[in-house]
Ligand binder design. Structure first.
Ligand SMILES: NC(=O)c1ccc[n+]([C@@H]2O[C@H](COP(=O)([O-])OP(=O)(O)OC[C@H]3O[C@@H](n4cnc5c(N)ncnc54)[C@H](O)[C@@H]3O)[C@@H](O)[C@H]2O)c1
Length: 290
């Protein structure tokens, strides 16, 4: 075996494959996904998680659907598999009213926007400039699947927490992942100083997300994701068109630690789930979003 450090990944679907792409050149990658027959070259296929007992992993990544994130994290901790951190995907958990164990609270949530140059610079700018409202509107995103990314980035940039989240949906339909749902409509979040609206009215529009940010002094920015700033009446400067490739994000995590622990995000996650509970199908206390 090489001198590379070990990474264990559970789940090799659309997203899990992205993680592996960047990891393979720098780590020994072990992947457990019983439904997958063929893995990329270089991946160590793990039939049983138990066979990993005694090994040390730099990181364990859990990239299955939201119902299973916490369950698998608990399995890892019960087996004698040692790791510095466990990284789970959003949605971190879709169960309503759950008390998390100490282990679950310590899990890291993968919110990659925290690594994007635009948001890093914006957070810096917000040290001296206060955001009043943010509107995210787009057509080619999955509203319920992706809303938490914008909720987290708004909280992160402004160093505040939302205390109210309300969702209005005009349509609810089966998501790409079987057994789960997505919708069209608006998610409104607020606290004493900030409001955020995440809007998706069309399921098939080609437009990328447009972020409109208004500051307390009356200035504003209109930013199109993956395109750049379209309008700007502030002193904020950002000409960088760099978009970090999704597959590079895990490596970013491993080099600079910017991601939140579940303990920091749990209350917001609960508010979000509660805002969906009477609008999206719920099964055994789980809001069926992923
Ligand atoms: N953080 C982000 O930016 C981001 C982006 C996209 C998706 N996600 C999240 O990542 C998760 C995975 O998304 P996806 O698109 O890869 O889903 P997917 O359905 O394509 O893949 C999930 C994989 O998990 C496997 N799996 C299920 N149960 C398992 C188990 N017990 N043990 C091992 N493997 C198991 C399935 O066989 C499947 O291959 C979802 O929760 C999604 O919301 C996060």
């Amino acid at each position: 075996m090489s001198s590379f450090k070990n990474i264990l990944q559970i789940g090799y679907g659309n997203f899990g494959r992205h993680h592996c792409t960047s990891l393979l050149n720098r780590y020994n990658v072990f992947v457990h996904d019983p439904t997958v027959q063929k893995f990329n070259d270089g991946i160590n296929k793990v039939k049983e998680l138990k066979s990993m007992e005694g090994l040390y992993f730099e990181l364990v990544i859990i990239a299955v659907n939201a119902n299973l994130h916490l369950e698998l994290a608990n399995i890892i901790s019960l087996l004698d598999i040692k790791t510095k951190d466990i990284l789970i995907e959003k949605v971190p958990d879709n169960q309503l009213n759950k008390n998390l164990s100490e282990l679950e609270k310590s899990l890291l949530i993968n919110f990659p926007r925290r690594y994007y140059p635009f948001y890093i610079k914006l957070k810096e700018f917000c040290k001296n400039n206060i955001i009043k409202s943010i509107k995210v509107e787009g057509g080619n995103n999955s509203l319920l699947c992706n809303a938490l990314h914008y909720i987290d980035i708004a909280e992160y940039i402004t160093d505040t927490r939302f205390n109210w989240i309300d969702t209005e949906l005009s349509d609810v339909f089966p998501a790409r992942r079987e057994g789960f749902f997505d919708g069209l409509g608006t998610i409104n979040c607020s606290n004493e100083s900030l409001s955020l609206a995440i809007i998706n009215r069309k399921s098939n529009s080609p437009h990328p997300n447009e972020i409109s940010i208004s500051f307390r002094d009356g200035s504003s920015i209109r930013y199109i994701e993956r395109v750049g700033i379209e309008e700007n009446s502030t002193k904020f400067q950002f000409n960088d068109q760099i978009v970090i490739n999704q597959s590079e994000l895990t490596v970013h995590y491993l080099t600079k630690n910017l991601l939140p622990r579940f303990s920091q995000f749990q209350r917001t996650n609960s508010l979000f789930l509660q805002s969906l509970a009477d609008k999206v199908p719920v099964n055994k206390g789980r809001v069926l979003i992923t």
